[in-house]
Design a protein around this ligand. Structure first.
Ligand code: ADP
Length: 262
């Protein structure tokens, strides 16, 4: 079963086409990670999925419906998206920003109900932000801010979570905290997680499915065992990788690499 399907999409900016004729199905209830070099179109693809960008042709299908034909709230009740660069309006506190995640579930008057407060408190708790709850976003470190955005996406309580580089700005322990939280949400609640990660070893360790892109095209997709091979990493990143087995997940990891001769 697919959580959503990208069908023969072409996506770009003004007259420049970045992605042409890309099709991929995101497996439901799994963790999928998109990898690929800077500028290959990973964020552009996620922008089309989240409707920030309109596809020039093709479509993204959610439950069999073309996503651009669905209402904003309807989509937001099913998928939460954490973009790569997000700026909070100035003056907002952690609690206020996280509460924005409840927008798709509110009626026209916009007042928070008990259920909304429960989700907000839960999201703040699981992202370890309890002590910063009433602090303005400006008074947080980059890593803490990143966790506030993740909390906002969690408060949205969607079956699909899409995160563009969720571990940016985070130190090693906080990166693992977030990835373990996503793993838990996937295992315990069956949520579909789609993310872009630069750390190939995290991608391999935490994903059921990986999608490798280059120059706007899909190069290979499948399990970490299938994707994390020397020849794929050479094709995608132009690196000669030494592959070993992760002692924690038993999935392949790249323990060192060098640039291939150009
Ligand atoms: P990735 O997420 O893989 O690093 P992006 O999807 O951000 O790559 O970018 C893919 C290509 O699209 C790059 O060449 C980038 O310069 C271009 N691009 C990204 N955003 C814009 C924009 N707003 N306007 C024009 N070109 C853009």
């Amino acid at each position: 079963m697919a959580a959503f399907t990208v069908d023969q999409v072409a996506i770009g900016y003004s007259n420049t086409l970045i992605i042409d004729d890309l099709s991929v199905s995101i497996p439901e209830g799994k963790i999928t990670t998109i990898i690929g070099p800077n500028g290959c179109g990973k964020s552009t693809l996620l922008k089309a999925v989240s409707r920030i960008l309109k596809t020039k042709s093709g479509a993204v299908y959610l439950d069999g419906h073309a996503i651009h034909k669905l209402g904003t709230k309807e989509v937001a009740r099913q998928m939460a998206i954490l973009p790569q660069t997000a700026e909070a309006p100035s003056g907002l506190t952690v609690f206020e920003l996280v509460s924005y995640g409840r927008f798709p579930h509110q009626n026209g008057f916009g007042s928070l109900k008990k259920e909304d407060y429960n989700y907000i408190e839960w999201a703040i708790e699981v992202t370890g932000l309890q002590e910063f709850k009433n602090r303005p976003i400006e008074a947080l470190s980059g890593g803490q801010r990143q966790r506030v955005w993740i909390a906002m996406a969690l408060a949205q309580d969607t079956k699909i979570l899409i995160l563009d580089e969720p571990t940016t700005y985070l130190d090693l322990a906080h990166q693992l905290d977030i990835l373990l939280l996503l793993k838990r949400l996937n295992e315990e609640e069956g949520r579909t997680i789609v993310m872009v990660l630069h750390d190939l070893n995290h991608a391999s360790r935490f994903s059921h499915y990986m999608i490798a892109m280059k120059d706007g095209a899909l190069i290979t997709e499948g399990t970490p065992e299938k994707v994390m091979t020397c020849s794929n990493l050479q094709s995608v990143f132009n690196i000669e990788a030494s592959i070993a087995t992760c002692p924690f997940s038993a999935n392949p990891i790249c323990f060192s690499y060098q640039l291939c001769q150009r």
